[in-house]
Design a protein around this ligand. Structure first.
Ligand SMILES: Nc1nc2c(ncn2[C@@H]2O[C@H](COP(=O)(O)OP(=O)(O)OP(=O)(O)O)[C@@H](O)[C@H]2O)c(=O)[nH]1
Ligand SMILES: O=C(O)[C@H](O)COP(=O)(O)O
Length: 243
């Protein structure tokens, strides 16, 4: 059985690195839209046997219900910080020894069923720990592992290398998956510039972008918009992810 864990920060605190170009309610709306798109892909994917939304957001229970996911409240786990919360969630979901766990982020508006297929095919062939890095190869946007061999979560700065380091230390084979759908997360204004010209993103994120006046305002506000920056996004300040 495959358990899929989607952590979602309280939406009022989401996407702080976009605070220079988006109002608090816009950031909330964007994060909610991206989460809906990722949940839509997962909830209709035949391999995702059990979908878990791990979140303390006040709307999380309803969101989970809408997408036939189970809701795991962070406060019920007795810890905080993404790394500790994910570890506690993995313990809480009652995965069997032969089960597998996928953890992925909710800010992946390009994610499609074929990306999930690719991740699972690669994982089925290689076993161990599968990691899908972000576009810079620095962050980890998706991971798959056996429930019986849970990695030490090291989200935060350079998490991809730190997850690889865990695998080396544990003697676990580690495979990297590079795909647009898993690599393109939304953290910085330059990522929004790519979103503005995208034709292949999820419906909810596209609807969010299509709010009256928003595209025009963002095109003016983001230096890269108009001359699309395909390269790495600038580094920014990340929140606390816990140990
Ligand atoms: N449940 C839970 N999810 C988290 C937490 N921190 C981050 N996440 C989720 O993990 C994923 C990756 O987080 P980030 O890309 O850093 O998103 P963010 O924290 O909204 O962005 P910034 O505020 O700009 O750092 C997203 O799905 C977040 O909602 C946390 O403490 N608890
Ligand atoms: O690897 C990480 O720490 C997560 O992917 C979050 O990174 P990000 O905030 O840069 O997306």
């Amino acid at each position: 059985m495959l358990h899929v864990l989607l952590p979602l920060k309280d939406l009022v605190a989401a996407k702080t690195r976009l605070a220079g170009i988006l109002s608090p309610s816009e950031r909330r709306g964007l994060m909610q839209a991206m989460a809906e798109d990722v949940l839509a892909v997962l909830s209709s994917h035949p391999a995702a046997d059990r979908l878990w939304l791990v979140s303390d957001d006040p709307g999380a229970a309803l969101l989970a219900e809408h997408f036939h996911a189970r809701h795991l409240a962070e406060r019920a786990l007795g810890c905080s910080g993404l790394n500790r919360v994910l570890a506690a969630a993995c313990d809480r979901i009652d995965a069997g020894p032969g089960d597998h766990i996928m953890v992925l982020h909710a800010d992946l508006p390009w994610l499609a069923a074929r990306d999930v297929d690719a991740a699972l095919t690669r994982y089925a062939a290689a076993g161990g720990l599968l990691l899908a890095p972000d576009r810079n190869g620095a962050g980890t946007n998706l991971m798959v592992f056996p429930a019986a061999s849970r990695p030490s979560f090291r989200f935060g700065t350079d998490s991809c290398e730190r997850h690889r380091q865990w695998a080396r230390e544990a003697g676990v084979r580690c495979t990297l998956l590079q795909r647009k759908g898993t690599a393109r997360d939304i953290d910085h204004p330059a990522d929004i510039a790519q979103l503005l010209v995208a034709t292949d993103i999820g419906d909810a994120t596209r609807a969010w972008l299509d709010q009256p006046g928003l595209r025009a305002r963002l095109t003016l506000a983001i230096p890269q918009a108009g001359s699309i920056q395909q390269g790495p996004a600038k580094a920014g300040t990340k929140g606390g992810y816990g140990a």
